[in-house]
Design a protein around this ligand. Sequence first.
Ligand code: ADP
Ligand code: ASP
Ligand code: MG
Length: 471
Amino acid sequence: MNDREHIVVMKFGGSSVADASCISRVADIVVGRHDTDTVCVVVSAMKGTTDMLLDAAVQAERGDRSYIETIATIEQRHCETVNTLHGETVSTPVLDTVTTMFQELKGILHGVELVRECTDRTADLIAGFGELLSIRILESVLLGRRCHPHVIDPRTCIVTDQRHRNARVNRPVTYERLRQCVEAADGLCLVPGFIAATVDGITTTLGRNGSDYTASLVAAAIHADELEIWTDVDGVLSADPRFVPDAFLVPELTFAEAAELSYFGAEVLHPSTMVPVVELDIPVRIRNTWNPTGGGTLITARAQSPFEIAGIASIDNVAIINVEGSGMVGIPGIAARLFTAIARAQANIIMISQASSEHTVCLCFRSDDAMQALQELEREFASEIVSGEIERPQLQTGMEIVAIIGEAMRGHPGISGRLFQALGDAQVSVHAIAQGSSERNISFIVSDTERERTLRTVHGAFFSSSEGKAS
Ligand code: ADP
Ligand code: ASP
Ligand code: MG
């Protein structure tokens, strides 16, 4: 690394590199910062690219040759972007690079079409092309601006297990390798987000939206002074602006609040993003690429939210399983059997609610996990179901988890009263409720047809106006 005093990691999401003008704007921001600071830039794929790559993989797997058209559309978009940035008259090295990468990609997809199989491992290989392409385009623009960026290949330094599509990072090894790569680069580094590799060099990905996590790994590895996540909104808002038009900028959040908001579905951050930076107390700022002078949201250990709650988030596509019966009451070991059965199903519980009567337990899963969990629960409690001590577990799909989050809720009576009063007044039916012992969130289940109404009702109950005045 060079002798500039401030080290910053800047991550630009898919919307920030969506087309040629966006990429130019990103280059402006990076060049401006590189004048004064040591900068590591992490970039996502151009908006929508990862979705289309994965669509092409599915099409090829089922023998549907429209994957060829899907890839042609992605290729055309990337080539047009290069041409707009560099002019169409001369063949630029980056255009050759992009074209070569598409040839490789088409070869892989042809293989998928022939074998009619796309394993998670192959899907990761295909999905990772989006970031490999966007980084080369940004590199070419920065080279044109007399910068000398060094592209780091995350497959040589971010080491994961083999859990394809959502791999777990070996952080000690990764930090060491990332540090060495950044130090060797001595200046401006570019890192494609989202992709990584197993210790054997097989490409993995860090889960959808995973570039945020790449950026926080880089920030922790090099002990950055700040991590900046540049996106298409002014920062973390009090609720998802697509459902709550009154949502406003939250200027400060604690690490724990940001982590809970992302865990409960605030897409603006990947849920793992906070883990590496919390350990080193590295501040995170969420900023808007289209409003670079805005203050954004600053996330630190000591933030003080001016509001009783910091925000509202929601997860859709949730299913609940109710397990109930007299055989649940006062019998030690029931919970252990429940969790063991669910672990066997490899299902991830995202919320649990149990009344103190112990008669009923409500378990929430992502819809994809629920059927497997249901089958394992039926198997585990088969004899109790036959004897009637436990009823056959009931599955309900089409649900939504909504959560209100905030440190200030702790020891602040009346928050849940206000919440459920507002939901009652709006006649929103609540299926289950849970509160973590941290008292940092209250989460509850509603039908997903009620999503928008619920979010707006709750937002109205806690935030009185679009200027962000807490009520
Ligand atoms: P990027 O492409 O920059 O990674 P994402 O689409 O992943 O951006 O995340 C930004 C989007 O997250 C916003 O455009 C907004 O629609 C959505 N979002 C959901 N909840 C929130 C929230 N509480 N605050 C801000 N944005 C949110
Ligand atoms: N391109 C990846 C995705 O769409 C990762 C990211 O954008 O953060 O999920
Ligand atoms: Mg994102």
